[in-house]
Design a binder for this molecule. Structure first.
Ligand code: GSH
Length: 234
């Protein structure tokens, strides 16, 4: 069977993996999940007990959670090295380093901003503390990633890779939370603009918004969440 990527909306980091699948060019299916609604239902725990996206249903029907594990699964099947590099190469090491940075500190810096936005039990003062803390953390992590970025058109190499896929799913939260102007980090700004101009991103964003659009042809269609849970849930 083709793998199925369970991706979340609104504004899920998994949007980057949809683009990654498009760049990989192998057949896949998608399953769109409302993170504010159906992902919180008890039945979703059969796919991911932590009630998070993304989840990849692998080609043998096993749910695989965690972005880094899913990216590693894709990389292992990227025989033509479309979105990754030869194992043991310096580029592969650098790509893994950037992916790890993005998936850990860079992503988690936005956590307080999400809590301030979504947790209605918090009073205004607590929300402001969280916002101030989150803004500072996001700026600091952007400073660090800017220092790690090279002078190339993408994070690593001459075409978009899994590192760019992970970056683009999360970096847009900077604008969503209105933390700072993206131009403040010129290298990241340039890389983001280049990735965002890619048709795979327009495709992934349109799907996230619920539009029905044509991509590269690699996506064989969507599967309903209840079907994915019934067939592949644990
Ligand atoms: N460690 C997980 C984190 C995944 C994660 O936090 N996903 C977010 C969406 S980007 C989520 O599902 N959050 C739960 C929620 O919004 O309630 C990974 O890297 O895949």
């Amino acid at each position: 069977m083709e793998p199925i990527l369970v991706y979340g909306f609104p504004a899920g980091s998994s949007m980057g993996l949809v683009a990654g699948l498009e760049w990989l060019g192998k057949s896949y299916r998608l399953c769109r999940v409302d993170m504010l609604g159906e992902m919180r239902e008890p039945s979703y725990a059969r796919l991911n007990a932590r009630h998070e996206t993304p989840v990849l249903i692998t080609d043998v029907g096993e749910p695989l959670t965690e972005t880094m594990a899913i990216a590693a699964w894709l990389e292992a099947r990227d025989d033509e090295r479309r979105i990754s590099f030869a194992p043991r190469s310096a580029e592969a090491d650098r790509m893994h380093q950037l992916m790890a940075f993005i998936n850990t500190g860079f992503t988690s810096a936005f956590g307080p901003l999400w809590v301030a936005l979504e947790d209605d039990t918090l009073d205004a003062q607590k929300k402001e503390v969280l916002r101030a803390f989150g803004r500072e953390a996001v700026i600091e992590r952007h400073d660090k990633l800017e220092a790690m970025a090279g002078d190339g058109p993408y994070l690593v190499g001459e075409s978009p890779t899994l590192a760019d896929a992970l970056l683009i799913g999360v970096a847009r939260w900077l604008d969503f939370h209105e933390v700072a102007s993206p131009e403040r980090w010129p290298k990241l700004f340039d890389i983001r603009r280049r990735i965002e101009a890619d048709p795979a991103i327009a495709y992934a964003l349109a799907l996230e918004s619920g539009e029905s659009v044509a991509g590269s042809g690699a996506c064989l269609g969507h599967v309903a969440l209840h079907e994915v849970i019934e067939r592949y849930g644990r």
